[in-house]
Design a protein around this ligand. Structure first.
Ligand code: SAM
Length: 222
């Protein structure tokens, strides 16, 4: 897998730490999120709307970026779109391939996508940009914009807040070193606008929780 062009020492460090943390904790994470979409109908509804928009606009390939164990990719596939998964962690990709052998999963990083310009109909990033530091986010949303065809859709899910949490223990108790960045919806929408996207909707999930979730749906003009 290629690293981002011109990666600074710092960006290499957060990418390497995120990758090795998820490699160590892939099995624990996969177990934690088993059946997640069945118990989270609001998330399912957002994915279904996204799939409907992609189908309405003629279909095409959809990348689930930061796919983890692959259940979002599988749901998109079952919703009638040509979904494939990309993840930084080789262990996550191995679990996704094991659990969904009929689907395509690749190792890769959202900071430097292998997909060609204007080659995709949709991009989903479900709780994966949460590990990307602020300074790298404009570059990541520029990648999403580059790989989407005009009229393509992007759906970003993330944790809402104004702070960064550092985790040193994974779900299995394994030592990890993982930063999770909580953000306001406005911040994420502004990054997307800055890359050239039109914002279609912003949704806050469980706004009274200590850490709400949020989803921003946007479209590349064209
Ligand atoms: C919290 S998990 C979310 C997994 C899945 N999307 C879900 O909703 O359950 C974050 C995932 O993003 C992946 N990830 C983190 N940084 C990434 C990057 N730069 N490029 C691709 N994947 C990344 C991690 O390896 C991990 O599998």
């Amino acid at each position: 897998m290629r690293e981002p062009n011109g990666a600074s020492g710092r960006s290499s460090t957060w990418l390497a730490e995120t990758r090795s943390s998820y490699d160590s904790d892939a099995a624990g994470y996969a177990e934690e999120v088993q059946g997640f979409l069945e118990t989270h109908p609001h998330l399912r509804a957002h994915l279904d709307l996204f799939a409907e928009l992609v189908r309405r606009d003629g279909g095409g390939q959809v990348a689930d970026i930061g796919c983890g164990p692959g259940y979002v990719t599988a749901h998109l596939h079952d919703s009638g779109v040509e979904a494939f998964g990309i993840d930084l962690s080789a262990e996550m990709v191995a679990i996704a391939r094991r659990d969904y052998p009929g689907l395509r999963f690749e190792e890769g990083t959202m900071t430097h996508l292998e997909a060609g310009d204007r080659s995709l109909a949709g991009v989903v990033a479900f709780w994966s940009t949460i590990h990307v530091p602020d300074e790298a986010m404009p570059g990541v949303v520029a990648q999403f914009h580059r790989v989407l065809r005009p009229g393509g859709h992007v759906l970003v899910g993330f944790k809402v807040g104004d702070w960064t949490r550092h985790s040193s223990t994974g779900y299995t108790g394994a030592p990890i070193s993982l930063d999770t960045h909580l953000r306001q919806t406005r911040t994420v929408s502004d990054w997307l606008r800055g890359a050239g996207f039109l914002i279609e909707s912003e949704s806050i999930l469980r706004p009274d929780d200590e850490v709400p979730g949020a989803l921003v749906l946007a479209r590349k003009p064209g």
